[in-house]
Structures are given as C-alpha cells and as structure tokens.
Design a protein around this ligand. Structure first.
Ligand code: B12
Ligand SMILES: *[C@@H]1O[C@H](CO)[C@@H](O)[C@H](O)[C@H]1NC(C)=O
Ligand SMILES: *[C@@H]1O[C@H](CO)[C@@H](O)[C@H](O)[C@H]1NC(C)=O
Ligand SMILES: *[C@@H]1O[C@H](CO)[C@@H](O)[C@H](O)[C@H]1NC(C)=O
Ligand SMILES: *[C@@H]1O[C@H](CO)[C@@H](O)[C@H](O)[C@H]1NC(C)=O
Ligand SMILES: *[C@@H]1O[C@H](CO)[C@@H](O)[C@H](O)[C@H]1NC(C)=O
Ligand SMILES: *[C@@H]1O[C@H](CO)[C@@H](O)[C@H](O)[C@H]1NC(C)=O
Ligand SMILES: *[C@@H]1O[C@H](CO)[C@@H](O)[C@H](O)[C@H]1NC(C)=O
Ligand SMILES: *[C@@H]1O[C@H](CO)[C@@H](O)[C@H](O)[C@H]1NC(C)=O
Ligand SMILES: *[C@@H]1O[C@H](CO)[C@@H](O)[C@H](O)[C@H]1NC(C)=O
Ligand SMILES: *[C@@H]1O[C@H](CO)[C@@H](O)[C@H](O)[C@H]1NC(C)=O
Length: 424
C-alpha cells in the first residue's frame, strides 16, 4: 500500500490516493493492451525465444503483466543450463549482468543458479568480470566491451547487492570532462539510458553527500543529452526509445511519456519490433516498468494468460521483384582493396544477403566474417580486416553516407548504395 496524503481543508478531509500510472511513468491503457499482447504473442512464438538463449527476452517477458508460464520456465531452464556450463569462459560482463537480471526477475537467487547438478554464483562471476573491465579501462582507456556493458554491470551489481565500490562505480559512470565514454563516434542514447538506470539504482545505496550530489548532476546532464538527441516522441532512434523511456521515468523528470508510448504502439504493426531483441527493449516501458523493477516481482502471482500463435506459413505468392544494389567496401588501410559491385537480390533481402551474394561473386574482395548476436549477424571482418575493440574500430554500415539504424531489410528504394567502412 502506498502512503496516501490526507489534506484537512475547511473541515473536510480530502484523500488523494496516488495511482500508479500517475506517479510513475506511463503504461498502456486497457484499450491499448491488445496491441501489447499482439507483440508478446509474437515474442513467445518466435524461434529466438523457444530455442535461443537471450536473457533480455526473459527479462521483458517477466516484466510484462501477461505470461505464458511454460515458455518462461523453459527459457529460464535453458539460460540456467547455459550459464552453469558456459558463463565463466564465454560470457561478456554485460551478458552476465543481463543473466543476473533475468534470474532476479524469475525470483531465482542469482548467487545460486543450478542446472543438472551444477551450480554457479553469477554475482561473484560478475564481480570478477567487472574488475577485468576496470583493469582494461586503466590500461587501454577502453573497456573490454563497451560503456553500455559497464553500465549494465553496475546496474546488475547494484540490484543483486554485489560486493563492489559504489563510489567508484558512480565515478566510472560520471560523464567525464570530454564526455568521451558516451560516444561511439556519436552520443549513444542507449548507453546513456542504461547508465542513468544504474546511477539511479546506486543513489539508493549508502553514499557520501558529495557522491550523491555528483550522481544527481550526471543524471541531469545525461537526461538533457537524451532530450537533445530526440525528435518529438522518438528518443534517439526507434530502437533506443524503449530504454530511454525507462531512463526518463526513473530520473523523475516531467516529459511527454504518453506521446512516446503511442508512437511505439503505432510502430508495432509496421513490424519495427518484430525482432524479439528489439521487442524486449520496449516491452518494459509499455508496462510502465523499468529494469529497476526486476527485484520487486511476485512470481507466484503470475497469471498464465498468453497463447503461442501458430502462424500458418503464407502460401507461395509470386516471387518478389528483384532489385539492384551497389555494394561497396572501403577502409583507410594500405593493404585493403576498396571495391564496388552491383548485386541483384529479391526485394526484402537484408544487407547480410547482399554481402553473401557479393562474397560468392568475388571472395577476394568481399569475403567477410560475422558472429550471431542478439540483434542478428554482427560483421566482424571484411577482406580479413578485423574490427578491434581496443583500437575502437568497427565495420560501420552506411546507406550512401548515412549510418543504418538496423541490419536493414531492402525495400523498393532504388538509389541504394550499401557500404561497409571501417569506422572509428
Ligand atoms: C555497443 C554497441 C555497438 C558497438 C559494438 C561493439 C562493442 N564494442 O561493443 C559498435 C559501436 C561497434 C556497434 C556497431 C553497430 N551497431 Co550497435 N549497439 C551497441 C549497443 C549500444 C550495445 C550493445 C551491447 O553491448 N549489448 C549488451 C551485450 C551483452 O549483448 P550482446 O548481444 O552480446 O551485444 C552485442 C550485439 O549487440 C552486437 N551489436 C552491436 N550493435 C549491433 C548492431 C547489429 C545490427 C547487430 C546485428 C549486432 C550488433 O555487439 C554487441 C557486443 O558484442 C546497442 C544498444 C542496444 N539497445 O542494444 C547498439 C545497437 C544494437 N546497434 C545498432 C546498430 C544499428 C549498429 C550498426 C549497424 C551501426 C552502423 N550503421 O554501422 C553497427 C553494426 C555494424 C556491424 N559490424 O555489424 C542498433 C541496432 C538496431 C537494429 N534494429 O538492428 C542498436 C540497438 C542501437 C540503436 N538504438 O540504434 N554497436
Ligand atoms: C541452491 O539451490 C539448490 C537447488 O535450487 C538448493 O537445493 C540449495 O539449498 C540452494 N543453496 C543455497 C545456499 O541457497
Ligand atoms: C569485497 O571485496 C573486497 C575487495 O574486492 C574484499 O577485500 C572483501 O573481502 C570482499 N567482501 C566480501 C564479503 O566478499
Ligand atoms: C555523427 O552524427 C552526424 C549527424 O547525424 C553524422 O553526420 C556523422 O556522420 C556521425 N558520425 C559518425 C561517426 O557516425
Ligand atoms: C531502497 O532500498 C531499500 C532496501 O535496501 C528498499 O526497501 C527501498 O524500496 C529502496 N527505495 C527505492 C526508491 O528504490
Ligand atoms: C542541448 O541543445 C541546446 C540547443 O541545441 C544547447 O543549447 C544545449 O547546450 C544542449 N545541452 C547540452 C547539455 O548539451
Ligand atoms: C517499480 O519500481 C519503482 C521503484 O524503483 C516503484 O516505485 C514502482 O512502484 C515499481 N513499479 C511496479 C509496477 O512494480
Ligand atoms: C504473492 O502472490 C500470492 C498469490 O497471489 C499471494 O498469496 C502472496 O501473498 C504474494 N506475496 C507477496 C509478498 O506479496
Ligand atoms: C578507399 O576508400 C576510403 C574512403 O572510404 C579512402 O579514404 C581510401 O583512400 C580509399 N583507398 C584507395 C586505395 O582508393
Ligand atoms: C548463425 O546462425 C545460423 C542459423 O542459426 C547458422 O546457420 C550459422 O552457421 C551461424 N553462424 C555463425 C557464424 O555462428
Ligand atoms: C550503381 O552504380 C552504377 C555505376 O556506377 C550506376 O550506373 C547505377 O545507377 C548505380 N545503381 C544504383 C542502384 O545506385
């Protein structure tokens, strides 16, 4: 029960009962809920959820108010099994952090995750991986992974009450003099959002007044930056809006939450969030919840009211028209041979498909490697030239000169020049 406010006025007693929606962010209304359920149905029916190992998806399903217990329990078991067998060697720090949050949200103690007779303490593991990140940062002025993952680390350590220095963490996330850590070429709204969530969590820990003051200052600056990188209701871009909504909510500022929420709902039917990973980052905001809520859930009160939808494969229609794309690779490296090639692919293909066709046509110039990531295939090298985190280089995907905001699907846009460039 939340405290209610009693105001005696001219002999009457006014009782103002705070309702959740008014005090804390915003959420879908009952009329809007079918649109959220449509998205949740898609997520639980997807291959990524039913056979994949993505903790972000479980966090989102747990923070939703509608559930499919079978799907969630099955995913939890597979994640736990994977964690006991692979977390130590092959998880990045941020993946351990997300795993901890998925366990917390499932009412499992992350210090005691067990599967087939083995047990792992994920909090202890994160304490170690976080120290490794800090050491790399000292040595190379870059974390092993990214400031996004460092922010996830602090958030998870804070939520799971791990053993770490809260003052050091606050200092780490403070946007420093040139604010470099929040740039990966450009300001990252996603990173700023997770960093705000972590710092608001830290604020509830024992800290000196000075550290507390610094956190408030950092959060304020980051909120301002997020708003500066926003156009109307889109905070950053479509894929950062969900995380940014969480951040603005916990920062306590006044902003037009409903407008962002309505914009997201409109995008659902356009297929913008069809990728379960993309859906997982907007679902909490649609429920008026944030990653800070993974600790307060009552799992035994879950409803079991979500169905898996079996989509009948659409009958073979006439094959989509083919489109022509100019694909270019370039890098400012002596040994690298720049190359352009026209590629014919069916409309609706992805950039990855284009790269595959180009590679088949000319392996010497267009060969590439990739990793399967939560967002799909992540390009790691082209022509043998590797991205390198310590050098802070990566393969940037451009259409013309504009960085793509997703591993994009090709539509009927004719003048498309796809480019891979090694960016810094
Ligand atoms: C850090 C980051 C990067 C880093 C990754 C390397 C590093 N040092 O960590 C860099 C700057 C290189 C990067 C590049 C790109 N990114 Co990026 N990135 C992120 C960010 C901020 C955090 C990812 C993370 O660490 N997650 C936590 C860890 C634990 O999970 P993970 O699954 O192991 O994370 C890996 C993948 O996310 C992968 N990855 C990162 N970006 C992308 C993008 C795509 C399309 C794919 C398939 C994989 C991928 O790298 C991570 C580390 O290994 C997310 C934000 C978000 N909301 O998720 C954006 C985000 C995932 N990136 C995005 C985009 C668009 C890109 C680029 C395509 C930009 C471009 N035009 O070139 C390129 C991908 C190029 C390529 N080589 O394939 C979008 C994806 C949207 C979508 N619908 O597909 C996001 C959501 C940002 C946004 N709001 O627009 N990214
Ligand atoms: C850890 O979990 C297992 C099974 O889930 C349980 O039997 C055991 O008592 C737990 N240990 C601790 C220390 O909580
Ligand atoms: C916490 O970490 C510090 C240093 O990293 C260590 O000295 C201390 O023993 C740890 N405390 C616990 C309870 O593990
Ligand atoms: C940074 O953003 C500006 C404006 O959107 C853009 O012109 C520039 O190419 C971006 N730089 C990088 C490295 O992505
Ligand atoms: C702060 O933490 C305490 C427990 O340590 C918890 O009871 C309280 O709800 C938290 N407050 C906020 C605002 O999260
Ligand atoms: C946000 O943008 C405005 C105008 O574009 C600028 O005056 C202000 O300094 C920016 N704020 C921050 C924190 O960068
Ligand atoms: C989420 O957590 C915040 C505090 O961090 C709390 O005030 C709020 O009531 C929680 N919301 C839900 C729906 O649990
Ligand atoms: C959790 O939900 C169950 C079932 O609705 C209820 O009996 C129990 O009291 C709840 N526990 C807490 C801590 O709220
Ligand atoms: C390859 O393209 C890059 C620009 O993307 C340019 O800087 C470089 O000079 C080009 N290399 C050659 C050999 O033309
Ligand atoms: C990525 O996943 C696809 C399909 O699940 C698989 O065919 C492919 O071999 C995987 N690629 C890598 C590099 O792991
Ligand atoms: C691809 O490049 C060729 C030659 O540079 C040009 O004639 C053609 O219009 C380009 N096609 C597209 C779709 O941009």
């Amino acid at each position: 029960m939340m405290p209610s406010l009693a105001i005696p006025l001219a002999g009457f007693l006014f009782l103002v009962l705070p309702t959740e929606g008014l005090c804390y962010g915003c959420a879908v209304t009952e009329e809007e809920r079918p649109q959220l359920i449509f998205l949740l149905n898609k997520v639980i029916s997807s291959e990524d959820t039913r056979t994949g190992l993505n903790p972000s998806i479980l966090i989102a399903l747990r923070l939703a108010r509608n559930h499919n217990r079978n799907v969630e329990e099955n995913l939890l078991q597979r994640l736990s099994q994977d964690a006991v067998s692979h977390a130590k060697e092959s998880y990045s720090s941020g993946k351990v952090a997300l795993s901890i949050m998925a366990q917390l949200a499932s009412c499992v103690n992350p210090r005691n995750v067990s599967s087939s007779g083995s047990t792992i303490n994920l909090v202890r593991l994160l304490e170690q991986k976080y120290q490794d990140e800090l050491q790399n940062l000292k040595k190379y002025q870059a974390p092993l992974t990214s400031f996004y993952q460092l922010s996830l680390d602090v958030l998870a350590l804070c939520l799971a009450e791990g053993n770490f220095s809260t003052a050091e963490a606050a200092n780490l996330l403070k946007p420093d003099k040139d604010k470099k850590k929040y740039y990966l070429g450009n300001f990252s709204v996603d990173t700023a959002a997770v960093s705000i969530l972590a710092q608001v969590c830290l604020k509830n820990k024992t800290l000196t007044p000075k550290v507390r003051h610094n956190i408030a200052k950092s959060v304020k600056w980051l909120v301002q930056q997020i708003l500066n990188h926003s156009h109307d209701e889109v905070l950053g871009n479509l894929y950062s809006t969900g995380l940014a909504m969480q951040a603005l909510t916990v920062s306590g500022i006044q902003w037009n939450c409903r407008e962002s929420l309505k914009m997201i709902l409109d995008q659902i039917h356009k297929g913008t969030f069809n990728l379960p990973m993309a859906a997982s980052q907007i679902i909490p905001s649609l429920e008026g919840r944030t990653y800070l809520n993974v600790t307060g859930l009552n799992c035994s009160a879950d409803k079991d009211d979500l169905d898996i939808i079996t989509t009948t494969p659409s009958p073979p229609t006439s094959p989509p028209p083919r489109i022509c794309v100019n694909y270019t690779v370039s890098a400012k490296v002596k040994t690298f041979i720049n190359g352009t090639i026209p590629v014919h692919v069916p409309q609706g293909s992805s950039l990855f498909d284009v790269m595959t066709v180009a590679q088949d046509k000319n392996w010497n110039i267009f060969r590439f490697t990739y990793e399967n990531s939560s967002w799909g295939p992540y390009i790691t090298s082209v022509q043998g030239l590797m991205a390198d985190n310590n050098q802070r280089t990566y393969w940037q995907l451009l259409s013309g000169n504009i960085p793509l905001d997703r591993g994009e699907t090709l539509e009927k846009r004719d003048k498309m020049n796809w480019q891979g460039a090694l960016g810094k």
